[in-house]
Design a protein around this ligand. Structure first.
Ligand code: PHE
Length: 343
């Protein structure tokens, strides 16, 4: 019987190795180890053997069956792999074709300029201070010497959240917050978002951005203010650029001035953008009012300081020649995509 089983195994091996498809292989499986196979027929004869003979013979049959099963499994894997490779070939899938390139986003132009401003001031020895978008009247108005009846406190100009709580209208709030916390020497800038109840147009947006600067130390003069601003303007727009001051009034600086820079479009000759003046308005500035210093516990006899606030939105549209503020807030992908050069 053992020889007979060996012959079956050898015959099965030849047949299985020659199988060309899974279908053919499955037929061989039932032929050699299926219910009606010769191996099973031998198995059925076990019953007629004596109990002593049975285990040994049973073992021989099982080994033969396992050999055939192993051969079938091996062939099945082999055929499946071949079938898979054939499908790949037939489907004309080109494994060498380049994939899709990942589309990178770009920084918003305001972010690009915001970071550039920070870099310039850091290189001049400034620290970056942060304030709050939601403020109280004390930090936005009172501490900045703003009279009770000042028009900017009006509901029509300022967004109030409730009685004493508002969206800050200027980054000058950070002057106060910094001086409350630190004694001189102080040398900070603070870029951030501000809010005013303005109707949106080419030069107004209810939310906009300013960068505040505050320097307080012994012997700080108006000349330091001029030098700092001039250096910034040249680093930001190019060495040919100039800045100038026009007398103005702010409640928290004395003297105060408005800052102009030479027109980025015509270089100062006069054009439509600068309304033929050769200058563009950039923000406000002045020497910190001694009243403000004293109220915050900084000795105005010993210390003096300057402050200025510039419009980041304005700097951005001038730097990139963008026609008006509005497009900065519209999230138009065709506009934003043009700033990928900065990635
Ligand atoms: N906060 C002022 C404004 O928004 C600008 C300013 C800042 C003026 C600092 C003087 C000093 O108009």
């Amino acid at each position: 019987m053992e020889t007979k089983l060996n012959q079956i195994v050898i015959a099965a091996e030849t047949a299985i190795k020659g199988a060309q498809s899974i279908h053919e292989l499955m037929n061989l499986k039932s032929e050699y180890i299926g219910k009606k196979s010769e191996v099973m027929n031998v198995m059925k004869t076990l019953g007629s053997l004596s109990p002593e003979e049975r285990p040994a013979v049973g073992k021989i049959i099982n080994i033969a069956k396992q050999k055939i099963e192993a051969l079938i499994d091996e062939k099945e894997n082999d055929l499946k792999e071949k079938e898979y490779l054939k499908t790949l070939q037939d489907s004309k899938l080109d494994m060498g074709m380049p994939g899709y390139a990942i589309q990178y986003g770009s920084l918003h132009p305001l972010t690009i300029v915001w970071r550039e401003i920070e870099d310039i001031f850091i290189s001049m020895g400034f620290d970056i201070a942060e304030g709050y978008d939601i403020e109280d009247e004390f930090h936005n108005f009172d501490a900045l010497n703003t009279p009770e009846d000042h028009p900017s406190r009006n509901l029509a100009d300022t967004f109030y959240i409730k009685d004493d709580v508002l969206l800050r209208t200027q980054t000058s709030t950070v002057q106060i917050r910094t001086m409350e916390k630190y004694q001189p020497p102080i040398k900070i800038i603070s870029p951030g978002r501000c809010y005013r109840n303005d109707r949106p147009d080419a030069s107004h947006s209810p939310a906009f951005h300013q960068v505040e600067a505050l320097v307080v130390d012994e012997n700080i003069t108006f000349q330091d203010l001029r030098d700092t601003l001039n250096t910034f303007v040249k680093k930001m727009f190019g060495s040919h650029m100039k800045s100038r001051f026009r007398p103005h009034f702010f409640p928290f600086t004395e003297p105060s001035a408005e800052i102009d820079i030479s027109c980025v479009n015509c270089g100062g000759k006069g054009c439509a953008i600068c309304k033929n003046s050769g200058w563009l308005e950039m923000g406000g500035a002045g020497m910190v009012d001694p009243n403000v210093l004293n109220k915050l516990g900084i000795d105005a006899e010993k210390y003096s300081g300057f402050a200025f606030g510039l419009g980041i939105d304005r700097i951005t549209i001038l730097k990139y020649n963008i026609p008006g503020l509005r497009i900065l807030y519209e999230n138009d992908i065709r506009f934003l995509k043009q700033f990928t050069f900065n990635n």
